[in-house]
Design a protein around this ligand. Structure first.
Ligand code: AHR
Length: 345
């Protein structure tokens, strides 16, 4: 009898412990719920293959961090591959994701063209593809399910319109002749962002009432890097030191390199030469606070959360927008000091 009572007591305690453990699980905010939120319709954890182009700029580092952090937060297993600025490495990475049988592929296309074959292979393997940041030019747009990124044509337009207004407001006079001479530091040749930013700038210039006041003196790639930006600006200055009024750098890193070249040539960046660039990274805010640059047009690299959300929706069979642009602002030097503490990248 005594033994039976003991047995019953043990049984009750055991049942209570099991119930408590069950309660802990269902209320849990930890790994159980995270793994569940990072799972597709079949309940298994989602694996995403992601091909990044490299680490050419401060912006790109922020973009990579955003994607890695968002994957962690969403409970998605991220297979990350760095292409070191080579399209062939991206194609190899995508093929290896297909061979592994990942659930979804995402990639930043370094250049616009040359993706049809590999994306067709992904489609044949029934793996959805999400294009991130830059655009692709394909014969068949059904080869990707969504594009998340930035509107580079709009960025180029914002650059010209800001400059045009600024030159008028400041009553700036051309340093030589009767036109403002503009030099352009372009991004990676063949990339949608370099093509789009140039087209946007030129379109806005052609549409402006006083567009003929501007003359594009020189335009060359600085490959989106600080070092190349500096080198190309040095060569612009060698031939046209006393003619350049405006520098449009297609990213902040190239502008930061160019600032060094301008100072070395004995000129004042931001004063003798008006500088505008694209991205909005902290390094550029610092340069603007120091009076060395005039404006940055934002290109938002924090695309990770939207990418993960889109991937989950696609894998759950929900419909998604084919094209989503992230929000972007314009930051002139006079707001830099106030804005810098709020900047996330
Ligand atoms: O594709 C976005 C561009 O690539 C950013 O403007 C630049 O900084 C980056 O390297």
């Amino acid at each position: 009898m005594k033994n039976l009572k003991k047995l019953l007591a043990l049984l009750v305690t055991g049942l209570m412990l099991i119930a408590a453990a069950g309660c802990g699980d269902s209320a849990g905010s930890g790994s159980a719920s995270k793994a569940a939120s990072g799972s597709g319709s079949g309940g298994k954890q989602i694996t995403m293959g992601f091909s990044q182009i490299g680490a050419e700029s401060e912006w790109r580092t922020a973009n990579t961090e955003s994607i890695k952090q968002a994957a962690k937060d969403a409970g998605i297993n991220l297979q990350f591959s760095d292409a070191q600025q080579k399209q062939e490495n991206q194609i190899k990475a995508i093929r290896s994701f297909i061979a592994q049988g990942v659930d979804v592929i995402a990639f930043v296309p370094i250049v616009e063209t040359g993706w049809d074959t590999v994306l067709k292979e992904a489609k044949d393997a029934k793996i959805p593809v999400i294009v991130v940041d830059r655009d692709v030019k394909l014969n068949d747009d059904s080869l990707y399910v969504a594009k998340i990124g930035t509107d580079s044509v709009a960025e180029g337009k914002k650059v010209f319109n800001w400059i045009d207004e600024y030159m008028a407001k400041q009553n700036k006079q051309p340093r030589s002749g009767n036109q403002y001479n503009v030099v352009i530091l372009e991004g990676t040749v063949g990339s949608s962002v370099a093509i789009g930013r140039e087209a946007g700038f030129k379109d806005a210039m052609a549409a402006a009432q006083d567009g003929s006041k501007y003359n594009i003196l020189a335009s060359q790639t600085g490959e989106f890097t600080r070092q190349k930006g500096q080198e190309v600006m040095e060569s612009f200055l060698k031939s046209d030191r006393d003619k350049i009024d405006i520098l449009f750098a297609q990213n902040d890193d190239m502008a930061l390199g160019a600032i060094q070249a301008i100072e070395a040539a004995g000129l004042k960046p931001g004063k003798d030469i008006t500088i505008i660039s694209i991205d909005g990274v902290k390094g550029m805010f610092q340069a603007m606070i120091e009076g060395k640059s005039n404006c940055t047009v934002e290109c938002n690299p924090l695309q990770g959360p939207l990418l993960m959300e889109t991937a989950k929706k696609v894998l759950n069979g929900e419909s998604v927008d084919k094209l989503v642009y992230v929000d972007e602002g314009i930051f002139p030097a006079d707001v830099a000091e106030k804005t810098l503490p709020e900047r996330k990248y």
